[in-house]
Design a protein around this ligand. Structure first.
Ligand SMILES: *[C@@H]1O[C@H](CO)[C@@H](O)[C@H](O)[C@H]1NC(C)=O
Ligand SMILES: *[C@@H]1O[C@H](CO)[C@@H](O)[C@H](O)[C@H]1NC(C)=O
Ligand SMILES: *[C@@H]1O[C@H](CO)[C@@H](O)[C@H](O)[C@H]1NC(C)=O
Ligand SMILES: *[C@@H]1O[C@H](CO)[C@@H](O)[C@H](O)[C@H]1NC(C)=O
Ligand SMILES: *[C@@H]1O[C@H](CO)[C@@H](O)[C@H](O)[C@H]1NC(C)=O
Ligand SMILES: *[C@@H]1O[C@H](CO)[C@@H](O)[C@H](O)[C@H]1NC(C)=O
Ligand SMILES: *[C@@H]1O[C@H](CO)[C@@H](O)[C@H](O)[C@H]1NC(C)=O
Ligand SMILES: *[C@@H]1O[C@H](CO)[C@@H](O)[C@H](O)[C@H]1NC(C)=O
Ligand SMILES: *[C@@H]1O[C@H](CO)[C@@H](O)[C@H](O)[C@H]1NC(C)=O
Length: 369
């Protein structure tokens, strides 16, 4: 996907987020304009791409620029840049947003979950791909892991280098993602993340490095598979993560506010109350070690909990690890990192679950001592 200045000038105007039709009662059908439909070859799998923006859809001003570039390419341009896709699939494409992934919000993630459930319910659709910025890709992937109820593959893909860069990684990542979405090998494995030749489980995979190509992996749970000459190879037979909880968001229009508070030496105990006062219905803290914080902060959190009953989830600020049940006022996050624990708590609260049920949902994902 190399764009010369002349070619860039010829590209069509950028696709913009399509209006969502929310006029139907119950909001359980979304109408979003379809932006791409390639010619149908009935013997090829049908794969639907939902484009949200990110580096994979970004352009720099030169082919050596790999920071400070801007989002702008639409789903049609992503597909046009990889004509090889048409030899392996029929592509339908929707532009859901065109933003850096730091700006993905609940409007976008709920729209994605609803549209993907509808798309995968069609007999003719083999799987879906979501193109996404890498910074919060793991959050959308985990959100979809928790809200899409299908045996078909859901593949999140991004790039670490903009489309204009020398050796841009987006085109091959996209080709691999579409290959996997169209492959029977991708079934019964939940939502997956594809970048840099690796296939990871959305449940465990995280972004480990802010800059390098080799950034998405899961240290403890490992990878599900790899691509060998663009053919997906899985190390194990299909399975789903232990403790995965699936929520039905068909009728959900917004999610409960959950904030993340970061633990560190001399942390400000007032942050818990500040979060509550600003509307949080739940708080996750990125604890030191296995869900710890200072005595002062812990006292403030317990006071808030005693006064309001707000659920407070103890997670860990270390990239890897596990928070066991401490038998105190907090809910242990187990293996969920703070940003994933936040999604579980949001979905639980949005579903109207009480503290016990939320605690149980977290506890399903880790072993009791
Ligand atoms: C929304 O859906 C209704 C009912 O199907 C339709 O009449 C209307 O034209 C749609 N509006 C938009 C903006 O697509
Ligand atoms: C969503 O709303 C529709 C229409 O009101 C209803 O039939 C359906 O049961 C609801 N689904 C869920 C999961 O609440
Ligand atoms: C349709 O796809 C099949 C399988 O890849 C291929 O053999 C065939 O040539 C394609 N047909 C057309 C018209 O491209
Ligand atoms: C793809 O869609 C076309 C048209 O709807 C359909 O004829 C074909 O069977 C589908 N391909 C697969 C592999 O399901
Ligand atoms: C598609 O496949 C055909 C037949 O193998 C090949 O000739 C052609 O170059 C391929 N096109 C692309 C864009 O890969
Ligand atoms: C989420 O972001 C989209 C795209 O920028 C925007 O249209 C929408 O209003 C935002 N939603 C919320 C709740 O802020
Ligand atoms: C998921 O789908 C299965 C089978 O269709 C159904 O039994 C189950 O209730 C669904 N779960 C959710 C959360 O929608
Ligand atoms: C919170 O309530 C529990 C149970 O009543 C009590 O044991 C504990 O001392 C209280 N903590 C604070 C900080 O007030
Ligand atoms: C935090 O808010 C709770 C409930 O409103 C209150 O009981 C507590 O004293 C507050 N803590 C601090 C440190 O202000």
């Amino acid at each position: 996907m190399k764009f010369s200045a002349q070619l860039l000038a010829l590209l069509p105007p950028l696709a913009v987020a399509s209006p969502v039709n929310l006029t139907r009662a119950g909001l359980h059908k979304l109408f979003v304009r379809q932006d791409v439909q390639t010619a149908i070859n009935a013997s090829l799998p049908n794969v639907t791409i939902f484009a949200t923006g990110g580096t994979i859809a970004s352009q720099g001003t030169s082919n050596t620029q790999t920071t400070g570039y801007s989002v702008g390419l639409g789903v049609q341009q992503l597909v046009d840049a990889v004509p090889e896709l048409l030899n392996i699939s029929n592509i339908a494409g929707y532009q859901i947003s065109n933003v850096g992934s730091g700006s993905i919000n609940e409007t976008i993630s709920l729209k994605l979950a609803k549209m993907i459930n509808e798309e995968l319910a069609k007999d003719t659709v083999s799987g879906v791909v979501v193109t996404h910025g890498t910074d919060t890709l793991e959050e959308t992937a985990f959100f979809l892991e928790s809200t899409v109820n299908s045996t078909k593959p859901v593949i999140l893909v991004g790039a670490m280098r903009p489309a204009t860069a020398l050796s841009a990684d987006g085109p091959l990542n996209l080709y691999q993602a579409v290959t996997l979405a169209g492959s029977p090998a991708g079934r019964d494995r939940g939502t997956m993340i594809v970048l840099n030749d690796r296939i990871g489980s959305a449940f465990y995979t995280t972004k480990n490095n802010a800059n390098t190509l080799d950034t998405f992996f899961s240290t403890e749970a490992g990878q599900l598979g790899v691509f060998i000459n663009q053919v997906p190879f899985f190390f194990f037979a299909p399975s789903e993560p232990v403790g995965r909880v699936v929520f039905d968001v068909t009728n959900v229009t917004d999610l409960a506010q959950v904030d993340i508070v970061y633990s560190h030496q001399d942390m400000d105990p007032a942050l818990f109350n500040a979060s509550y006062s600003s509307g949080a219905k739940g708080i996750v803290f990125a604890g030191v070690g296995a869900g710890g914080m200072s005595d002062k902060a812990s006292l403030a959190a317990e006071e808030l909990y005693n006064a309001t009953g707000i659920p407070i989830v103890a997670s860990h600020r270390s990239t890897d690890g596990f928070v066991p049940d401490g038998g105190d006022f907090t809910i242990a996050s187990g293996f969920y990192n703070p940003q994933k624990a936040r999604i579980v708590l949001q979905l639980g609260l949005t579903a109207g679950w009480g503290e016990d049920k939320i605690k149980e949902a977290f506890a399903k994902s880790y072993p009791k001592p």
